[in-house]
Design a protein around this ligand. Sequence first.
Ligand code: DX5
Ligand code: ZN
Length: 224
Amino acid sequence: MARIAPSLLAADFARLADEIAKVERGGAGLLHLDVMDGHFVPNLTMGPPLVKSVRNVTTSVLDVHLMITDPDTYAPVFIDAGADMVSVHYEAATHLDRTLHMIQDRGAKAGVVLNPATPVAVLEDILDVADYVLVMSVNPGFGGQKFIPNSLKKIRQLDALRRERGLGFKIEIDGGVGPDNVEAIVQAGCDWLVAGSSVFGSADAAHAVTAMQQLADGALLLRA
Ligand code: DX5
Ligand code: ZN
């Protein structure tokens, strides 16, 4: 099943529990949390206390996307705060194999993220370790940007690789996802679709999730 993962970055932080309840009413069970350090990306967002507070109000799967220069130090802190999944950028992880194993040893799913300019080919020797690969379809740092179409090619490449090699990693996409491109993304082979402004920026966030989930379900039937 392809799943829509609302990105809390676009939610109202002062009413986070309500915002989460809304998207869960729309069927969401996977929530995406964007951690930015002002170094790896030119923005600052949320830290461990916020993840902990979110953990206290939901049983949904918490997908923490680390856009930080030092994932080795902070990944364990976010797992302790309640993250179920932690992804680190290929561009920020010097010893990626060690980092992914460390995340898994601490009980979370480990993902690797590719910036738009980083090719899929660099992951050839780590795809058997990663639980998921997150393809950035915008340059990380901000919500509300335009989808970069080349990311569809990267999804297709990853999907082909996992079939060829019989691997089980999931494929996630992040940035500029909305009702107009959900079907193409799912047909390309994507499993998890992060959506921020197209969910929380709409008049009815619950409906936005349901509608996109229906598009994803329909596209999945065509894919199979
Ligand atoms: C961007 C973040 C995204 C962001 C997506 O750096 O990683 O998760 O919330 O937002 P939209 O869906 O508005 O592009
Ligand atoms: Zn993200």
